[in-house]
Design a protein around this ligand. Structure first.
Ligand SMILES: [Cu+2]
Length: 748
């Protein structure tokens, strides 16, 4: 551990110069080693990066590498050996602070298929990967003091699921909905004579993790939305029902009874699910809106039903078709007695497919990545363009949008979008790219790979370069450094006090107190222009301003309804005058699957003001620099890294280790979880973990005791057909696996 810390410090000194973080700009962060199709951020230091199985150049244990751990401060990737093919899986946090990845594709070899000698859908000897269609992998929360560990596939889903939806319920249970059995462009044959099962290629059921006693049931909505129903868009509502959107249909679904209540269709039949891939997010849940969820959809794609095609490819040449710029809001459970309705919102500045929303800790949303034309997915031909003649390689999108935009949900209609002072990336972020809020409030952008296997020479190549994007608040010279942030939060119960030192802000203390918001953000699991599980909730608070400039924030626990913000890990930010602190990781709820304890919300103390109080921080550069461009930020994180470099050079290793810890505590700003004794898994000590009877804890415990035991041999499929036979039944080409077969069926 000490050596690890030392190496980390040395790594930092070797890799990171004192780079200025310029507000509104991208900065190249480094090489992710695998193409970042999927990411979780799990601590102030670490991001798990998952790729599909493909021919990445870095090797691990004699085969290409498919996953890595990204160290945020040093901007370096360390390989990990995930064996099951996680290609287009679903991901979600768990109540104990761990993270799960569900489903994926069958084993593949070079070319993304099983054409290599000895390759089967169960195991490929070249890439040494195993069938991931029913795999469950669980990753712990790790940081510079806690090793990253994971377990791969010791239990399995009941059904094969590629592109399933995942949504956590209020008790932490994750519901997994639908998916392909083995993939393709969209989830149907054409003509669509078997909308439920597509001859074995579609999976219309749902199931739970941890599994209950019920076997998977058909969700009728998956049949109704057949074709455009993979990676359905799901948001748990305050009632405990789930808002589900796919194709251009919408329902409220009761996960206990499987009852469906129809909601209006998407206006204009714009499709927002994959592969139209519109940006979608739940707007902030705040005291002002009484924690009433509103879902925002922007962009995506409209094509007529025929043009969407089938498993093989689209029947239209998607790259010629502009993406939608429309935005729509819906409040699925209005509290005023009105009926839920889609409402037109301000249009995107630039139409996008594969744009994705990132909740920022000032209550705004960044839209980032994507393209102006086409759809997600890739293909080697379409109905009218033969293999070899595709104008953008295998990409079904064209016209990358490099410039992000920011949506302010509280701005008056007509003024919610802004691209002011946001510069563009020159890296195309198309299909299989990803983006994620980091604990320092920056956004990690990575991946892009609209190719069946690694291709470094095509127009939109397999991409390994990660960037950090710095939102406008990086213009601040000083970030708030809140103190006494708890390591767990409850649903209702006693308020707690967060202390803001006067050095955290500038200007009058009363103004700072009036302009403070406290945010819980769950960045979610990023893949396919989505952040599954992403949520942002504002905690209520009052404040006491002391004459010395210190501000104490009397902060409410969450509202007493776990459906508003499901149990599990989250980051807490304190934002003063629009400038957020670094996020502190904590656990919401009791850390276990099951009904969450709730209690009534305590009454907050009255506000106390002090007219003489003022902050001791230097004025923000942006306030002296109004409208004249971005300004440089070299705040506490970079400053501390520089200190670490100097110390290693002059004073040697011991001081370096101490400074690494200091740097971490600065970066985390009251990262109180690190006080737990023993090995932590998502904020809980080993002892606490072993006392738990929840199955997710047990998985981690097994992994901790015996590394990778399930991976010693290919598992036997006890439950169903070999995936390799599925496409014979569907009668379609699978462009993802049978890449070089000539077209064998012509649609009507
Ligand atoms: Cu995909």
């Amino acid at each position: 551990m000490l050596l690890h810390s030392l190496l980390l410090v040395l790594g930092v000194s070797a890799v990171v110069p004192a780079l200025a973080q310029v507000a509104g700009t991208f900065q190249v962060a480094g090489n992710t080693q695998v193409s970042a199709m999927m990411m979780f951020v799990v601590s102030p230091d670490k991001v798990y990066i998952l790729d599909k199985v493909e021919g990445n150049a870095p090797q691990i244990n004699g085969h290409s590498q498919y996953a890595s751990i990204w160290d945020i401060p040093s901007r370096t990737a360390t390989p990990i050996d995930v064996h099951t093919n996680a290609f287009c899986a679903a991901g979600m946090h768990l109540p104990n602070g761990s993270y799960a990845l569900f489903g994926g594709n069958t084993a593949v070899g070079p070319g993304g298929d099983n054409s290599a000698p000895g390759s089967t859908a169960t195991f490929d000897p070249t890439y040494q990967d195993y069938d991931g269609t029913r795999a469950i992998r669980i990753f712990n929360s790790c940081d510079e003091n806690t090793p990253c560990t994971f377990i791969d596939n010791s239990t399995q889903l009941a059904k094969r699921r590629w592109y399933p939806a995942a949504e956590p319920l209020g008790d932490g249970t994750v519901v997994l909905i639908g998916g392909f059995v083995a993939g393709g462009y969209i989830n149907r044959n054409y003509p669509n004579t078997d909308p439920a099962y597509e001859g074995g290629a579609a999976e219309p059921t749902y199931e739970f993790f941890p599994p209950g006693s019920q076997s998977p049931q058909i969700m009728n909505f998956m049949v109704k939305t057949s074709g455009l129903n993979s990676y359905a868009l799901t948001y748990l509502m305050p009632s405990g029902n789930v808002f589900v959107q796919a194709n251009y249909s919408t329902i409220i679904w009761n996960p206990a009874t499987n009852a469906e209540t129809p909601l209006p269709d998407m206006p204009g039949q714009i499709v927002r699910v994959y592969p139209a891939s519109g940006a979608n997010a739940m707007l902030p849940l705040t005291p002002d809106n009484n924690y009433t969820p509103t879902i925002l959809f922007c962009g995506g794609q409209y094509m007529d039903d025929y043009s969407w095609g089938n498993y093989s490819y689209p029947f239209a040449n998607t790259w010629t078709i502009p993406a939608s710029s429309d935005c729509h809001r819906i409040t699925p459970e209005p509290t005023d007695g009105s009926s839920p309705a889609y409402v037109q919102d301000d249009s995107l500045p630039i139409g996008r497919t594969m744009g994705q929303f990132i909740a920022l800790p000032d209550g705004t949303f960044l839209i980032i990545n994507g393209a102006q034309n086409g759809t997600a997915g890739y293909a080697q031909m379409t109905l009218t363009v033969p293999s070899g003649a595709m104008p953008f390689g295998e990409s079904l999108a064209a016209g990358p949008v490099g410039q992000p935009a920011i949506y302010n949900p509280n701005a008056p209609a007509g003024s919610r979008w802004s691209m002011a002072q946001l510069s563009s990336s020159n890296i195309s972020r198309l299909y299989h790219s990803s983006a994620l809020l980091l604990p320092d409030g920056s956004v990690m952008v990575a991946g892009s790979n609209p190719n069946i296997d690694v291709n470094l020479t095509t127009i939109y190549p397999t991409t390994y370069t990660a960037e950090y994007f710095y939102p406008p608040y990086f213009s601040a010279m000083t970030r708030p450094v809140p103190q006494n942030i708890p390591s767990t939060l409850t649903y209702g119960g006693n308020y707690f006090d967060i202390t803001i030192p006067s050095t955290s802000y500038s200007g009058p203390g009363n103004d700072a107190a009036d302009n403070t918001t406290i945010w819980l953000i769950r960045p979610g699991f990023t893949t396919h222009a989505m952040n599954m599980g992403q949520r942002i909730l504002q905690l209520n608070h009052t404040s006491t301003v002391f004459s010395n400039g210190t501000i104490v924030l009397h902060t409410s626990q969450l509202p007493p309804n776990p459906n508003l913000f499901q149990p599990g890990p989250a980051m807490l930010f304190v934002t003063i005058n629009g400038i957020p602190s670094n996020g502190s990781f904590l656990i919401v709820g009791n850390g276990q699957f099951g009904p969450q304890p709730t209690s009534s919300t305590s009454v907050l103390p009255e506000n106390v003001r002090s007219a003489s109080a003022s902050g001791a921080a230097p004025k923000s550069a942006s306030s002296n620099n109004n409208g004249s461009g971005s300004s440089s930020h070299t705040g506490p994180i970079v400053g501390a890294v520089v200190a670490g470099i100097a110390a290693v050079g002059v004073l040697g290793a011991v001081f370096g280790i101490c400074l690494a810890r200091r740097r971490k505590s600065l970066a985390a700003s009251s990262h109180t979880m690190s006080s737990s004794p023993g090995t932590r898994f998502g904020g809980f000590s080993e002892r606490e973990m072993r006392n738990s009877d929840s199955s997710a804890f047990m998985l981690l415990q097994q992994n901790h005791q015996s590394d990778d035991a399930p991976m010693l041999s290919p598992y036997q499929d006890k439950f169903g057909l070999q995936a390799s036979s599925q496409f014979a039944q569907s009668g379609e080409i699978n462009p993802y696996r049978d890449a070089y077969l000539s077209r064998s069926s012509t649609p009507r």
